[in-house]
Design a protein around this ligand. Structure first.
Ligand code: SF4
Length: 361
C-alpha cells in the first residue's frame, strides 16, 4: 500500500541538498527567494515553495537529491526530440513535483506528488554515479531529466549531467518552459537539448494551469538566444487549445523566434482530472500541422497517433522536399540523412544529428 503524503514528505525531506547559490537569494527575516522557476517564490522559514519540493530549513533552501521517481531507457523520439540523435536512447529520470497543476497532465502521478493525495508514488534511492553507469552500460549518449518538471530539481540534474559530460554524454530537459534567466544560465554548461511546452497562447489559459504565459514565451526566446537545441511541444486538448486562433498564435510566435524550431503537435488522451473529453482526433493534428506550415515553420510533427497522420511524423528537407527520416511513433523506420545534410540537395538540416557533433543550423 502507498504511504500517505505526510510520511512521503518527511522521507523526501531527508533526501535533500543545499540549493545551488545561483538559484537562491537571501531576503529579510530569513526568507529565501528561489530562482529555479518562473514563480520566483519567496519561501519563508519552515515553508516550501509552490512546487512543494524546495523548502526553507533554518534559513537554507533545501532541494531534492539522491532519488528518482522513475528511471528508464526511452527512445529519444519519445521526449520528443526529432532533430537530435535519431534512433538513439536517452537514459531518462524524473523526481517529484511540478510548478504547474494542469488538470490533463499525462505524468500526474509523479508531477503532482505532495500536492494531490491521489498522486502517490514511491522514490527509488540512487546515486548520480549509478545513473551515469547505467547510461554507459546501455550505450545511451543522452541523459534526460523528464517525467516531472526538471527545472524545480535542477541541482540533481546538473549533478548527474556533470558526471556524464566527461563520457561525452549530452544533458537534456523536457520541461514546461516556466524558467528564469538565472536557471537557464545555470543549466547551459550541462544541458544541450531543451524540449519546452508551449501549452497555449492565451494568458488566461496559462493561469488556469498555474503559470503565466509571458514567463514561458520569454524562456523560449532565451533558450534560443543561449543556443540550446530547442524543440517545442503543444499537447492539443479538445476545447482547451484547439481553436485555429490559439494554434496560429503559437505557430506565429515560434516562427518569430526561429522557423527552424521543430513544433510537435501531439494528441491528448483522457487522464488525471480530464476524463470527459475524447482523444484528439487525427484531423485536429493535421489542421495544426498545416497552421504551422502556413506560419512558415520548416518542421512540424504530429505526435501520439502513430500511423494515423500520413507523412506528418517524417522529417523532410525544407529546400527540396526529400524525405529525410521516416518515423512511426517512436520508431525511426529509415534515416536517409547524409550526416547533417539532405542527401539530395545537400542543404544542412538544423539539429544535432550525430554523437560528438555540435548543433547545425
Ligand atoms: S522551483 Fe519554482 S515553485 Fe519551486 S520553490 Fe522555486 S520558484 Fe517556487
Amino acid at each position: 500500500m502507498s504511504r500517505p503524503v505526510i510520511s512521503l514528505r518527511k522521507l523526501l525531506a531527508e533526501h535533500t541538498a543545499a540549493a545551488a547559490p545561483e538559484l537562491v537569494r537571501p531576503e529579510r527575516d530569513e526568507a529565501l527567494r528561489c530562482l529555479a522557476c518562473g514563480h520566483r517564490c519567496r519561501v519563508l522559514k519552515g515553508r516550501h515553495g509552490v512546487c512543494h519540493v524546495r523548502f526553507n530549513r533554518d534559513g537554507e533552501l533545501r532541494v531534492p537529491s539522491g532519488y528518482v521517481s522513475s528511471l528508464g531507457m526511452d527512445p529519444i523520439e519519445k521526449k520528443p526530440f526529432y532533430h537530435a540523435y535519431p534512433g538513439m536512447n536517452a537514459l531518462s529520470f524524473g523526481m517529484f513535483g511540478c510548478s504547474f497543476h494542469c488538470p490533463f497532465c499525462q505524468n500526474w502521478v509523479t508531477s503532482q506528488t505532495l500536492r494531490d493525495e491521489k498522486a502517490l508514488a514511491e522514490p527509488q534511492f540512487v546515486t548520480a554515479e549509478r545513473i551515469v553507469e547505467l547510461a554507459l552500460e546501455h550505450g545511451c549518449p543522452v541523459l534526460s531529466s523528464t517525467y516531472n518538471e526538471p527545472l524545480i530539481t535542477s541541482e540533481w540534474a546538473v549533478e548527474i549531467f556533470k558526471l556524464g559530460k566527461p563520457h561525452g554524454m549530452v544533458g537534456s530537459y523536457v520541461s514546461n518552459g516556466n524558467a528564469t534567466p538565472e536557471v537557464l544560465e545555470y543549466l547551459r554548461p550541462y544541458v544541450d537539448l531543451y524540449n519546452a511546452d508551449l501549452k497555449a497562447f492565451q494568458d488566461k489559459t496559462y493561469r488556469r494551469l498555474g503559470g503565466i504565459r509571458e514567463n514561458v514565451l520569454n524562456s523560449i526566446r532565451l533558450l534560443k538566444k543561449l543556443d540550446f537545441w530547442v524543440e517545442i511541444v503543444t499537447l492539443i486538448v479538445p476545447g482547451l487549445n484547439d481553436s485555429d486562433d490559439e494554434l496560429k498564435g503559437i505557430a506565429d510566435f515560434i516562427a518569430g523566434v526561429s522557423p527552424d524550431i521543430p513544433w510537435h503537435v501531439t494528441a491528448f488522451h483522457p487522464d488525471y482530472k480530464v476524463n470527459d473529453k475524447s482523444r484528439t482526433p487525427p484531423d485536429t493534428l493535421l489542421g495544426a500541422y498545416q497552421i504551422g506550415k502556413d506560419a512558415g515553420l520548416s518542421f512540424v510533427y504530429a505526435g501520439n497517433l502513430p500511423g494515423m497522420v500520413g507523412n506528418c511524423e517524417d522529417t523532410s528537407c525544407p529546400s527540396c522536399g526529400e524525405v529525410l527520416i521516416e518515423r512511426c511513433g517512436f520508431t525511426v523506420r529509415r534515416n536517409h540523412m547524409n550526416g547533417s545534410n539532405c542527401p539530395s540537395c545537400n542543404t544542412t538540416i538544423p539539429g544535432v544529428w550525430e554523437v560528438g557533433e555540435s548543433q547545425s543550423d
